[in-house]
Write a protein that binds this ligand. Structure first.
Ligand code: HSE
Length: 396
């Protein structure tokens, strides 16, 4: 019998209890062990039919020698970081869906797990149900990954989809996402790109081998996305998506960023709507590949958490070595990496053609919208001196 403790009993925690209960037989067949949720750390008492599992002090879990796996589903870093670290130091493997914790403290916590020959794993922290972490960790060993671009936040993808397809206001769409259990407790983490940034950092840590701290990554959210640009882009087969992007650039540097991007109507990043997440990778041997699925919600997230529990049960020691320590100098200056931009200005097409002779003009009316050739952001800013700029978006 494997005894598991849950820290937290919110959207993710309740889903984990349900999946372990509903899949008991299947999990036994896969592991040869009965998996039981023994204790659930909660702050208050309330009615559920397994209330006898509730405990109110973390000490009851960390000191319980029967518990070999701790699932952290509290979110945030305080008190999650101390609880997870103490659990690992006590020799208990930890499974978490907490992207903030992994993005900030993953290097240290993975090292503790390695020293103890146990596991600290976190598939559900990126892409909810989608096995993107397993994919990049386990299945691309014969490849170099040139780039990864992902829709990694269900809430913002849901909001953008509702704004684009149903002309819903930002506030109404956000409220619906909160009611569906997709949004963070503080939705600023979703709409300001912070959550996506944490997730692209975790993927970049795995792919490129060194810890990247979110505070070193340029991050923009979706608050300034204008419906005028959504409509213009729709006419030419484009959509605005909040992407986390990472790619290797010259001299061992990495370009990494979170920002709304224009994507055109080929491929998974254009097609992924609502709460769905998607990640697209360019690799040398495997070529282009994609992951797609539900990026948030109780059962999809629990699906990934419970799979990680199964991995811990079946593991003979640490499954995945820690990535390397943080090196801020690995992150390239994003303003110096060439890319295409969508620009909307108040000036007429003649003026645009004069300054941007190679640009593709896609809209001429009360404003002019165009797509530049590949240039750096510093070059773009210089060329736009004297223009009245309504918006600038990066094009994937
Ligand atoms: N708030 C997150 C999202 C939850 O919307 O994607 C899953 O990480």
């Amino acid at each position: 019998m494997i005894k598991v403790a849950l820290l937290g009993h919110g959207v993710v925690g309740t889903g984990v209890v349900e999946v372990i209960k509903n899949k008991a037989e299947q999990l036994f067949e896969q592991t040869g062990e009965h998996i039981e949720v023994k204790s659930i750390l909660v702050r208050h008492d309330y009615d559920v039919d397994y209330k006898e599992k509730f405990v109110y002090s973390f000490d009851e879990i960390v000191n319980d020698e029967e518990i070999s796996i701790v699932v952290e589903a509290i979110g945030g870093t305080d008190p999650a970081y101390n609880y997870v670290k103490s659990s690992l130091l006590a020799g208990k493997s930890v499974v978490t869906s907490n992207k903030e914790l992994v993005a900030k403290h993953g290097f240290e916590l993975m090292n503790i797990a390695e020293e103890k020959n146990i596991n600290f794993i976190f598939e559900a922290a990126v892409g909810g149900a989608i096995p993107v972490i397993h994919g990049v960790r386990n299945c691309l060993k014969a490849n170099n990954v040139h780039s990864i671009a992902g829709i990694l936040n269900g809430t913002t993808n849901y909001i953008l989809t509702k704004m684009i397809d149903e002309k819903q206001s930002f506030d109404i769409a956000l409220k619906a996402a909160q009611e569906l259990g997709y949004a963070e407790a503080d939705p600023s983490a979703d709409v300001d790109g912070i959550d996506t940034c944490r997730k692209i950092c975790i993927l970049a840590d795995i792919i490129y081998g060194n810890h990247i701290l979110p505070e070193n990554v340029h991050t923009e959210g979706i608050r300034n996305v204008r419906i005028e640009d959504v409509d213009i882009l729709k006419m030419v087969g484009g959509a605005i998506k909040l992407l986390g992007v990472a790619k290797a650039v010259d001299d061992d540097k990495m370009f990494i960023m979170t920002a709304p991007h224009v994507v055109f109507n080929q491929g998974i990043l254009y097609a992924a709507n609502d709460v769905f997440n998607a990640a697209q990778l360019e690799t040398d041997n495997a070529g282009l590949m994609a992951f797609y699925g539900r990026g948030a919600g109780s059962l999809p997230t629990a699906s990934a958490v419970v799979n990680d529990i199964v991995e811990c049960v079946c593991a003979d020691g640490t499954l995945y070595p820690a990535w390397g320590q943080e090196k801020p100098e690995l992150v390239a200056d994003y303003k110096e990496v060439p890319m295409q931009f969508y620009v909307n200005v108040a000036e007429n097409a003649e003026k645009v053609e004069e300054i941007f002779p190679t640009a593709e003009i896609i809209y001429i009316k009360e404003t002019t919208a165009f797509i530049t050739e590949k240039i750096t952001e510093n070059q773009l800013t210089e060329k736009l001196t004297g223009f009245t700029v309504n918006s600038v978006l990066r094009v994937l």
